[in-house]
Design a protein around this ligand. Structure first.
Ligand SMILES: [Zn+2]
Length: 147
């Protein structure tokens, strides 16, 4: 299963996973010790706190996939930086997104030919949870028409 996580990003590793009735939950974390402040570019190894971020990914074998990612908040020690802390960025999802980039791509691909209501139904049967309104906002963000 760790190989699946490595396909997502080579710096991430699997801590453990649970297979449930309808979902597989992967607890993962980045193995990088040093993170770069997105505001000033300085490197930091000083952890402020950690929390768990939940992101939906592409389904596996008819099960919904949830990534629970240990995400660090770091101190930026650069005195010239405008920010004293920053949050770890995971390269496979945009900050604050609840879906991986590859899942978003899949949803957009499915939705391109359908109304967002039908796309939502079709995706659900393919074990991807996305509501009609979030399809609309994804389509808008990617500059397509929302039907
Ligand atoms: Zn900084």
């Amino acid at each position: 299963m760790d190989e699946f996580i490595k396909l997502l990003n080579k710096d991430h590793e699997l801590v453990h996973y649970q297979i449930k009735d309808k979902a597989i939950i992967f607890h993962i974390q980045s193995s990088r010790k040093e993170l770069t402040c997105p505001f000033c570019g300085s490197k930091s190894m000083r952890i402020h706190s950690t929390y768990e971020r939940e992101i939906q990914d592409l389904p596996i074998q008819e099960k919904k996939v949830i990534l629970l990612i240990t995400t660090r908040k770091m101190f930026c020690d650069n005195p010239e930086c405008q920010h004293t802390t920053f949050v770890e960025v995971h390269p496979f999802a945009t900050p604050k997104a609840q879906k991986t980039d590859r899942l978003v791509k899949n949803i957009l691909h499915t939705s391109a030919q359908l109304s967002s209501l039908n796309a939502s139904k079709l995706l659900k049967s393919g074990h991807i949870t996305v509501c009609k309104s979030s399809i609309c906002s994804l389509l808008k963000k990617n500059a397509s028409d929302c039907g």
